[in-house]
Structure formats: structure tokens, C-alpha cells
Design a protein around this ligand. Structure first.
Ligand code: ATP
Ligand code: MG
Length: 481
């Protein structure tokens, strides 16, 4: 049975890298009718925060992932928070000690530090000397009874450690290069590698799928599996996501919380689709996929080996595409929370009506939903002042006096129009241009600024139609001055 897990630590933002891995695990589980497990790796007591744990669940839900087992939904192999599994780790640590596969180490930080420096001075790679390997049972008992601080170390065998990685094939490392590593710290907590291997074993994880920075850890974890005679899972190491400067996207460097993409106005579908392509592609040239499409198309042999730079421009492009793919009603619904952050939007029937109309004409232009806050404003609020410089630079070859005349002529013309329909308005205004001997480009830019205060807006006469005659005339009068 396919059983996969994500094991984030609640020590910072659930970011796009973690989210991408969660998505691949989820897709893989669903594709194979398997189980998706969420485990919280919270043994780093100093860095854990509750907020960060909440963010994991919130982030997962937002990108469209659900799970079969986890701290919130339970399951047959719980508890699913490592901090609640200390007894389990201790049981297995005791077993390893009994079997002579692990031992107490009483070396102090200072001693270890001195040893490391000496090794470096001799140009050797630092590695624990194994000093406490051969303490007699009496010596150990004595030290423990005297209350000396102890760690527990795993006896690394002298052998080549091998595992299979679905992306990179057979990987191997010489055990003699790895010192006996700590599996329980002096504070009684297991180390990451130990807890992770025990849980993956105990939770019957079939595929351990995470990013490539974990490859060195995998050798240690494989040794733990082998020490218990447990079946070693299949490993899959995904490429890393990088910032534009090619550094790893990382919690420690303040990576954005995935929910911040929602707050910036990215659609969940666009984000999910975009992150799915960071390290994998379906190979059929079709980049637009729902999660169901991904489940259908996903395969491990199309996972890339090289790290990927997170390209905001491409995400924005995707987002614009998704904005155009959804219905106007849906779009309006999604824009609403952004308008609610403004002081001009009141949420009345009338305001909601305007929202729908503007959504229909802005759909072509928007790249992010949060742009609506500025872009929709002229449909709710009349500009009170006009930027003379903007007028001068946008409406070239016409001086301010001529602009005033053009606006006057337009007001006169518009006043006579009863049928306030965009096509009819356009027809009449084009005729007016001919009459005045002005290029439509010039007059229309002028009118656009007069109407909205800005030189960018949806098509001019759509804008006129939505804003209505009365307000349009008021705006033009104000601009004329
Ligand atoms: P820290 O800086 O504390 O190590 P992190 O950002 O590396 O935090 P982790 O909690 O260590 O996050 O990792 C959670 C999951 O996200 C793991 O599966 C890890 O492989 C993956 N991951 C972390 N950073 C990236 C990244 N930049 N690209 C791809 N995957 C990542
Ligand atoms: Mg990490």
C-alpha cells in the first residue's frame, strides 16, 4: 500500500517549497489509492510555535490538499506529533543500547569541540572519535548515577550505505566517513534523523518524498531502519526551490507563508498549478492543470533533477490566465474581500452590482486580485483632483487650454445622449472627433483621465457605461477646471 507523509516542523512559515512537496505527496497518494499522512516534527522545542503549526494546516487546505491521518484527524499510527511520541523513541533507543548498537556518550561540548579543532588542524574531516564506545557497563552505571549528562550515539557500521532514490538512482556513502551520530540529545529528546526514521518505519511509510537537502540525512536514517531489520522505504528527493539570487527558499531566511500569496491576490488554482510545475512537468506541453489532471498525469520519472528558481513573473502570468478562466460571478466573489479592505467599498446591493459589472470588464486586465483595490476605485469614487503632469504627458500635442475646449465639446455632446450604451457612446464620440478634427487617440485619452483620474482603465466606453451619465458629466466638468 502506498503511504506517504509530509513532516513539516512548526518552526516558521509553511512556504512554497514545503507546499510543493506536500502537493507531490498528495498527488502521489491519490494516484495510487494510498494514504496521505501529516506528521508534525516538533522536537525542536525552542523554535516551535503554535502559529506556525496552524499555518501548516491552513496552507495545506488553501492549496487544496486533504489528508487521511494527522494530529487533527487521528489515525491508526498516532500520535502524529513527535513531541507526543517520546516514549516510543525511548523504547527503541533502549533496544539499540541493549543490542549493543548504540551507547551512552559522556563527552562534553568542550571536549567535542577540542576534538574537532584537532582534527581540522590535522586536515581531517571532523568526525566523532568513538571515545565512549568502549566504556564498561560499570563505568556507564557510575556516570549515570553520578548524574552526568549523557547523549546516546548510534554505532555506525564500517560499510557502504546504499539506498535507492527514484530520481537519482542508486546512491551510496561510506559509513566510515560518518561518525557515530547522536540519536538522543542530553535533554532527552531524539534527534531529527532518529525520530524521523522511527516514525517512517512505525507509520509504515512506503515512499519518503522530500527535497534533496535531505540526501545526507537519508544515509543515517537508512542505518536506523537496518538496525531494526525494518524494510527500507523508497526514497524520492525533489529538487530545491531557489530565490532569484539562487539561495534556498528557507524558513530561516523568512520565506513567505503560502497564505501570503492568497493575500497578495493569487488564486489558489494558479498557485497550486504553478508550484506543481516546479520540479515536475506532465511532458505533454499542457501546463494548465487542475489537481485531478495532476493526479492523472503525475509520475516520479518526470521529476527533474535540477533546482528551480521561483519565478514571480511566471506565477503572475499564470494568475492572470486563471483570472480569465473563471466566471465573472466567481471572480467578483473573490475580489470582494479585497474591496472590503478599502474605505470606499460599502458592500451594499448597489456596490455589489457595480462590483460585478467592473469585474466583467477588468477580467481581461487583472493579474492579481489585490490590484482591484486601486483599479476599481474610480467606479466608486469620483476623482476630486487631476494630475496636471499626467495630463500633459499623456495627452501630447495639446495644451491645457485646448484640453478644456475638447472637454467642453464632449460635455455638450454627451449631454444630448439619452441612450447611454457603450457602442452608441463610442459611435457618437468618434463622430465628434471628426467634427473637431481631433484624433480619437487624443480625445479618448483625455476623457479616460477625466473619467478615472488615471491613464489606465478598462475600455473607455465600458467605463462610461458603468459609471453612468450623471457622474461622468460631473467628472468632466471638474476636470475642465
Ligand atoms: P529550516 O530553514 O528550518 O530547515 P525549511 O525551510 O528547510 O526550514 P523544513 O521544515 O526543514 O523547511 O522542510 C519541510 C519540507 O520542505 C521538507 O520536505 C523539505 O525538503 C522541504 N523544503 C524546504 N525548503 C525547500 C526548498 N527551498 N525547496 C524545496 N523543498 C524545500
Ligand atoms: Mg530544512
Amino acid at each position: 500500500e502506498v503511504r506517504v507523509r509530509i513532516a513539516p516542523s512548526p518552526t516558521g512559515n509553511f512556504h512554497v517549497g514545503t507546499a510543493r512537496n506536500a502537493l507531490y505527496n498528495y498527488i502521489f497518494a491519490r494516484k495510487h489509492g494510498g494514504k496521505m499522512i501529516v506528521r508534525i516534527d516538533d522536537t525542536d522545542m525552542r523554535r516551535n510555535t503554535e502559529e506556525s503549526e496552524r499555518g501548516i494546516f491552513e496552507g495545506l487546505k488553501w492549496i487544496g490538499i486533504d489528508w487521511d491521518e494527522g494530529p487533527d484527524v487521528g489515525g491508526p499510527y498516532g500520535p502524529y506529533r513527535q513531541s507526543e511520541r517520546l516514549e516510543i523513541y525511548n523504547k527503541y533507543i533502549d533496544q539499540l543500547i541493549q543490542e549493543g548498537k548504540a551507547y551512552y556518550c559522556f563527552c562534553t561540548e568542550d571536549e567535542l569541540e577540542r576534538e574537532r579543532k584537532e582534527q581540522l588542524a590535522r586536515k581531517e574531516a571532523p568526525k566523532y572519535s568513538g571515545k565512549c564506545r568502549n566504556l564498561s557497563p560499570e563505568e556507564i552505571k557510575e556516570k549515570l548515577e553520578a548524574g552526568m549528562k549523557a547523549t546516546v550515539r548510534f554505532k555506525v557500521p564500517d560499510k557502504i550505505i546504499k539506498f535507492h532514490d527514484a530520481v537519482r538512482g542508486e546512491l551510496a556513502w561510506d559509513g566510515r566517513l560518518i561518525g557515530d551520530f547522536v540519536i538522543r540529545k542530553s535533554d532527552g529528546l531524539p534527534t531529527y534523523n532518529f525520530a524521523s526514521a522511527i516514525d517512517d518505519w512505525q507509520m509504515k511509510i512506503s515512499h519518503v518524498m522530500r527535497s534533496q537537502e535531505h540526501i545526507p540525512n537519508t544515509y543515517n536514517q537508512v542505518l536506523i531502519f537496518e538496525a531494526f531489520g525494518a524494510e527500507v522505504p523508497e526514497f524520492v528527493h525533489f529538487p530545491l526551490l531557489l530565490n532569484e539570487d539562487r539561495t534556498k527558499i528557507s524558513k530561516r531566511d523568512g520565506a513567505l507563508f503560502i497564505g501570503e500569496y492568497r493575500d497578495m491576490g493569487y488564486l489558489r488554482e494558479a498557485v497550486t498549478n504553478f508550484i506543481a510545475l516546479l520540479g515536475w512537468n506532465p511532458g505533454d506541453g499542457d501546463e494548465f492543470m487542475t489537481i485531478d489532471d495532476m493526479i492523472e498525469k503525475f509520475s516520479l520519472d518526470r521529476i527533474n533533477n535540477s533546482n528551480v528558481v521561483f519565478d514571480f513573473k511566471k506565477l503572475e502570468w499564470f494568475n492572470g490566465n486563471y483570472i480569465r478562466r473563471i466566471s465573472v460571478d466567481d471572480l467578483a466573489e473573490r475580489i470582494k474581500p479585497f474591496l472590503e479592505q478599502t474605505d470606499y467599498f460599502k458592500g451594499t446591493e448597489e456596490h455589489l452590482e457595480i462590483l460585478k459589472k467592473v469585474a466583467a470588464v477588468e477580467q481581461e486586465r487583472l493579474k492579481r486580485l489585490d490590484e482591484a483595490k486601486d483599479a476599481f476605485k474610480p467606479f466608486y469614487v469620483e476623482p476630486q483632483e487631476y494630475d496636471i503632469d499626467l495630463l500633459k504627458e499623456s495627452v501630447k500635442k495639446v495644451d491645457l487650454a485646448q484640453m478644456a475646449e475638447l472637454i467642453s465639446a464632449s460635455i455638450e455632446e454627451l449631454n444630448t445622449i439619452e441612450n447611454w450604451d457603450k457602442d452608441y457612446l463610442e459611435e457618437r464620440m468618434r463622430l465628434l472627433c471628426e467634427k473637431l478634427g481631433t484624433k480619437p487617440k487624443i480625445l479618448f485619452m483625455l476623457l479616460r483621465i477625466a473619467e478615472t483620474g488615471s491613464k489606465v482603465s478598462p475600455p473607455l466606453f465600458d467605463t462610461f457605461e458603468i459609471i453612468g451619465k450623471e457622474s461622468t458629466l460631473r467628472r468632466l466638468e471638474r476636470c475642465k477646471k
